[in-house]
Design a protein around this ligand. Structure first.
Ligand code: ATP
Length: 216
């Protein structure tokens, strides 16, 4: 089973990293592939370039063999559309291998605004992680899809290559990249919200308005 977990990761933080390990445990997979987007289609400019965000992820997961990074979206020009990424992965993995895409409820609630979203269940399974405060609106396309395709446990994901939706409710850390960017921009430290090597590199690159403080 091949598991990808996409996002902007602007910057990566302990909430993302913990979720990666929770997913690895819950699905009993050896590896979860963090997949940073090059240009996010549904939001404004990022605070760091895709190369910088990728570098920060590499620093964050250094030494953790259950997390790895897939930089394929950085090699495609233009906006990063998930359907394109899944098609590329499906071509590489072959038609039989279960392919799983992890998304938070915040992202899944707007699923029908993703380009070619109707094609996605024919390419991958979806694991929807419950995030606090982010529900799936009753009557939405996302809710309908969930009702049609919901499966009770991870075994069902192994039984077919794509098409199922599994809801998970792992413990989550209350951390957001937005909160980290805001802290840095207002001169406060984001220490312990993201790994120290990430914060050090943010400072040395002066990302998000950081000063090269030389300490924490
Ligand atoms: P931002 O605050 O910039 O929107 P974010 O911290 O929510 O960023 P993203 O890169 O947008 O991070 O999220 C990537 C994926 O990680 C999404 O599916 C999102 O639901 C999930 N995610 C974000 N923060 C957490 C967290 N603290 N715990 C678990 N999952 C998270």
């Amino acid at each position: 089973m091949h598991v990808i977990y996409g996002g902007t990761f602007d910057p990566v933080h302990h909430g993302h990293l913990r979720l990666g390990l929770e997913i690895s445990d819950a699905l009993a997979v050896d590896r979860v592939h963090l997949l940073p987007c090059h240009i996010p289609p549904h939001r404004g400019n990022t605070g760091a370039t895709s190369e910088q965000r990728l570098e920060l992820i590499r620093l964050a997961i250094n030494g953790e063999h259950r997390l790895c990074v897939d930089d394929r979206e950085l090699h495609r020009a233009g906006a990063s559309y998930t359907a394109d990424t899944l098609r590329q992965l499906r071509a590489e993995l072959g038609p039989e291998m279960p392919l799983v895409m992890v998304v938070g409820t915040d992202a899944f609630a707007a699923f029908d605004r993703w380009r070619e979203w109707v094609d996605i269940p024919a390419l991958a399974h979806i694991v929807v992680v419950q995030r606090p405060g982010a529900g799936i609106p009753v009557g939405s396309q996302a809710a309908r899809l969930l009702a049609e395709r919901s499966v009770p446990g991870p075994e069902a994901l192994r039984a077919s290559p794509c098409g199922a939706i599994l809801q998970l409710n792992p413990p989550l850390l209350d951390i957001s990249a937005t909160g980290i960017r805001q802290r840095i921009a207002s001169g406060r430290s984001p220490r312990y919200l993201t790994p120290d090597p990430v914060w050090q590199r943010i400072q040395s690159l002066r990302l998000y308005g950081a000063c090269p403080a030389g300490n924490f």
